[in-house]
Design a protein around this ligand. Structure first.
Ligand code: NAD
Ligand code: WQD
Length: 341
C-alpha cells in the first residue's frame, strides 16, 4: 500500500511543488488548504504534471473541530508537511494578531491531531528569518537565533520552540524544521509558480512583473551596502530543489535515520548573490531588458544572508542542482505562461 502524506498549504507556492515531488516518489498526497492565498486550479496543474489528482480538502486549519475531523479521516497518514501559514512580512507588522493567530493555531491544531491520531512524522516550514541580524557567516544551524524583526518571522521562531518542546516528551514523535533561505523559480513545465496577490514584496516576482510591463520599474533597495556591488546579498534557492529537500527529510524520518527527535536543516545553496547578480542573470536568460533604479535601503533588510548547507548535504544527502540562471529563467517562463495563455 502507498504511504500517505498530508500536505497543509499544498495549493500554495512551495506546497504545490512539493506535492509534485512526493507524487513522483509514489506517495499518496492529501492536500489541505483554505485557499486564502492560493487557487483551486493548482490541483489541475499538479494533475497535468504528474497524471495524478491529489486528494484535496478545503479546511481552515485554525478551526479545531474541522481540523480534527479531517485528521480522523486521514489518520492512516504516515506524516505531515506543514506549509500552511500567512507569509507576508510587511503585512505581519500591520496585523500581528492575525499572523500569530493563524500561523500558531494551525501548528498547534495540526500537532494536537498528530498526537491524538498517532501520526509521528512532521516537517515544518521555517525560515532564515529566525537568525535575525546575523553576527557571522555562513549561517549554520548552530548559529544563534534572535528575535526576528517581524511578527511573521517570530511565528517561525515560536513554531520551532513549540515543536522542540513537544518532541522532548511525545512518544515516537519526530520532526524536522527546514529553514528556507530565499525560494524563487518555478516548475519546468511552466504550470506551477508563485502568484503573489497585489504588488509583490519579493524581488523575483517584482522583476518578472516589471519585465512583463505590469510594473514600471524595479526599485533596488540600497546601493551602499558593504558588498561587492553595493546591493544586498541573499541565498536564492530554486523551489524544485527546495521541494526535493522535503522528500529527503521525510524519507529520513521514515527510515528512522534522524539523530534527534527534532532536527533543523538550512535549505539554501550556500552561495550569496546580489540584487544586481539576479538582474544580470534574468536579463541574460530571458533576453529582456529590465527597468530599474536605486532607492534607499528597505527598513529591516539585512545586508547579507547566506547559508551553510553542509548539514543538509551530509545528513539528508540533499544537493541543490539548479542554478541562479535556472531560477530566473523558470520564473520568467511561469510569468509569461500564466499571463499569456
Ligand atoms: P503560500 O502562501 O503560497 O502557501 C501557503 C498556503 O497556506 C496557501 O495556499 C494558503 O491558502 C494556505 N493557508 C494559509 N492559512 C491557512 C489556514 N488557516 N488553513 C489552511 N490553509 C491555510 O506560501 P509559500 O511561499 O508556499 O510558503 C509556504 C511555507 O513556507 C509558509 O509556511 C511560509 O511561511 C514558509 N516560507 C516561505 C518562504 C518564501 O519566501 N516563500 C520563505 C521561508 C519560509
Ligand atoms: C531580496 C532582496 C531586497 C524587492 C523575504 C522574507 C524572508 C523569507 C523570504 C519567508 C533584498 C531586494 C526586493 C524589491 C529590492 N520569507 N529587493 N527591490 O527580504 O530577503 O526575504 O522573503 O520566510 O523572511 O523577509 O526577500 O525577495 O523581499 O528581497 O531591491 O522590490 O531583494 O532588498 O535585498 P528577503 P526579498
Amino acid at each position: 500500500m502507498k504511504s500517505k502524506i498530508i500536505i497543509t498549504g499544498g495549493t500554495g507556492y512551495i506546497g504545490s511543488h512539493t506535492a509534485v515531488e512526493f507524487i513522483n516518489e509514489g506517495l499518496e498526497v492529501v492536500i489541505v488548504d483554505n485557499l486564502s492565498n492560493s487557487d483551486i486550479s493548482v490541483l489541475d496543474r499538479i494533475q497535468s504534471i504528474t497524471d495524478v489528482a491529489p486528494t484535496f480538502e478545503n479546511i481552515d486549519l485554525t478551526d479545531r473541530v474541522k481540523t480534527t475531523s479531517f485528521f480522523e479521516r486521514h489518520k492512516d497518514a504516515s506524516g505531515v508537511i506543514n506549509f500552511a501559514a500567512f507569509k507576508a512580512v510587511g503585512e505581519s507588522v500591520q496585523l500581528p494578531l492575525q499572523y500569530y493567530h493563524n500561523n500558531l493555531n494551525i501548528l498547534l491544531n495540526v500537532m494536537d491531531c498528530m498526537d491524538r491520531f498517532e501520526i509521528r512524522n512532521l516537517i515544518f516550514s521555517s525560515s532564515a528569518t529566525v537568525y535575525g541580524l546575523p553576527d557571522s557567516f555562513p549561517l549554520t544551524e548552530n548559529s544563534k537565533t534572535k528575535k526576528p524583526t517581524s511578527p511573521y518571522g517570530n511565528t517561525k521562531k515560536i513554531g520551532e520552540e513549540v515543536i522542540e518542546d513537544f518532541s522532548k516528551v511525545a512518544k515516537n514523535f519526530k520532526a524536522i524544521s527546514l529553514r528556507y533561505f530565499n525560494p524563487i523559480g518555478a516548475h519546468s513545465s511552466g504550470d506551477l509558480g508563485e502568484t503573489p496577490t497585489g504588488v509583490p514584496n519579493n524581488l523575483m516576482p517584482f522583476i518578472t512583473q516589471t519585465a512583463l510591463g505590469k510594473r514600471e520599474e524595479l526599485k533596488i533597495f540600497g546601493k551602499d551596502y558593504d558588498t561587492i556591488d553595493g546591493t544586498a546579498i541573499r541565498d536564492y534557492i530554486h523551489v524544485v530543489d527546495l521541494a526535493k529537500a522535503h522528500v529527503m527529510a521525510f524519507q529520513r524520518l521514515m527510515k528512522n535515520e534522524a539523530k534527534e527527535n527534532f532536527e533543523i536543516f538550512n535549505i539554501g545553496t550556500g552561495i550569496g548573490y546580489s540584487v544586481l547578480d539576479v538582474i544580470a542573470s534574468f536579463e541574460k536568460t530571458t533576453k529582456q531588458k529590465l527597468n530599474y533604479s536605486f532607492v534607499d535601503r528597505r527598513s529591516g533588510d539585512v545586508p547579507v544572508l547566506y547559508a551553510s548547507t553542509a548539514k543538509a548535504k551530509k545528513e539528508l544527502g540533499w544537493n541543490p542542482k539548479l542554478t541562479l540562471d535556472d531560477m530566473t529563467k523558470s520564473s520568467w517562463e511561469w510569468e509569461v505562461k500564466k499571463n499569456i495563455l
